[in-house]
Design a protein around this ligand. Sequence first.
Ligand SMILES: [Zn+2]
Length: 97
Amino acid sequence: MKRSVRAELETLEKMLQLYCRAAHGGRPLCAGCRELLEYSAERLRLCPQHPKPACKDCPVHCYSPAMRERVREVMRYAGPRLALRRPLLALRHLLGF
Ligand SMILES: [Zn+2]
């Protein structure tokens, strides 16, 4: 896995932990949020595009609509609460949200 992708995943994991604690009482993650993190990791790992474009510019659209909506919800909650503006922008660019 590329170093930049790993950094994006760490950002996503932090946001999921923040969201899950508030929404599901997860410590650190409930089963559903862990599934979402693993799903995202798998999508990034399997991305056939090299170099990887932002997902919104990608012709593959590998996220299922339901999973994509779940990630959006996490970002809506956790984005403004994390002092991680730059990594968040990078993640947004990557995922295209
Ligand atoms: Zn959760």
